[in-house]
Design a binder for this molecule. Sequence first.
Ligand SMILES: Cc1cc2nc3c(=O)[nH]c(=O)nc-3n(C[C@H](O)[C@H](O)[C@H](O)COP(=O)(O)OP(=O)(O)OC[C@H]3O[C@@H](n4cnc5c(N)ncnc54)[C@H](O)[C@@H]3O)c2cc1C
Length: 437
Amino acid sequence: MADINLLPQDDATNGWNNILPTRIPNLPLTDAVSADWVIVGAGFAGLAAARRLAENRPEDHIILLEAQELSGAASGRNAGFAIDLPHGRQLQDELSVMPRHTRLARSAMDYLQHQVDTHGIECQWSPRGQYHGAVSAHAFKTDIEPFASILDQLGEPYRLLDRQQLAAEIGTSYYHGALYAPGAILMNPAALVRGLGDSLPENVTVYENSPVIQADYGGTITLTTNTGSVQARQLILGTGIYTEDFGFYKRSLIPIALSASLSRSLTIDEQKALGGQEDWGLTPVGMPGVTMRYTQDHRILIRQKVEYGPGCRRSDAYRKRLRVVHQDRFNARFPMLPEVTMEHTWTGFVCAAQNQGHGFGKVADNIHSAVCQNGIGVTKGTISGLLAADLACGRDNPLIADLQSLGTPNQLPPQPLLGLGVRANLAWRHWMGRAEK
Ligand SMILES: Cc1cc2nc3c(=O)[nH]c(=O)nc-3n(C[C@H](O)[C@H](O)[C@H](O)COP(=O)(O)OP(=O)(O)OC[C@H]3O[C@@H](n4cnc5c(N)ncnc54)[C@H](O)[C@@H]3O)c2cc1C
């Protein structure tokens, strides 16, 4: 029996969500019910697992339990990049490993593309690609040029842009230069998560605002919420950073807090002053750097701040301070938009492993997991949920071996060493990349 004490409680300030029309959530669980399968967590992982199970087993009844509303947690509050190329620390992997990341990510993107097309999900889905921007000449040399060399070896297309060329495409001349790669897809992640959750097949029943507070893994699995319970033969966990209380990956998952702000829509005059393309997305080379989006509804996203996030809570005062920093970063990059202010500021909690492993696979009899996407969950969450469903159903899929080969999260040192270590590591990376602010 596992008591689940750390429950998701995300703030209500997610801009992607708040600019969408009001949605009526599915009812919470209020009875004792049974099903063939139960999935916990309706992020990218849980949603993909539910859909794939329904495809694999059309006769089975599947229940999806979500603690909050759809799009409440990290999957609905990220920067909205579906990234196909090796990213961040994956670039330190052996060259032979990198095509696996790409294969997994592109399969996820195809799967998502199919849902967006089939169900007409309106989420500003945009196959626009991605800029990797360096503020300093130094970072261009130490990060962008080696990245280009890796892409050469992988046979992946890209373009290098100098300051003027980049400014012509995205409006700001703040960056020394960038690498543009065409494969990434941009979207409003909250709209995508809502659309995926609201278009699940009929044999899936979704209960929102239904946090699981107790799990019993006897012969039959029993999950209890405050107002009901589910009994099922099989369980898939898509619970992200909240997984340890379910009894799995103990002391292996690192909670990371990431924050973002979204501006108001630019006026027509402001759009002209900015110039550049209809929409775009840029990711930074260093940790203190800023991820930016210009959206199809003419808003600018600033994603900045990476922190250790145990407890998965942040205060209004924290977000207020953060907005000032985000506005400052915005002003430095967009002096041609002096009147534009940040309207929404939020934080989300993601799950990372020290060794970048994935919490994917069979974790006990009749229990599978698809957790720990190491900060790139649009693609990795989707593919691990899909593959967890295939693995649990015994469906052969060569991508399972690809994902398994990336390893599982390693054991971490106990507290307080862990907290000290993670904070020191992040502080060091912020210091090393300070020129990219
Ligand atoms: C600001 C920010 C920017 C980011 N940018 C990007 C990006 O551009 N591209 C990208 O790929 N990734 C990005 N990420 C990371 C990405 O959002 C995550 O990797 C992804 O959401 C993980 O998906 P998931 O389904 O594994 O977990 P989650 O999205 O965390 O979903 C887990 C779900 O489980 C539910 N849950 C947990 N415990 C319980 C319980 N006891 N009972 C019921 N339900 C429960 C939670 O409420 C949640 O809905 C970003 C994250 C943030 C915060």
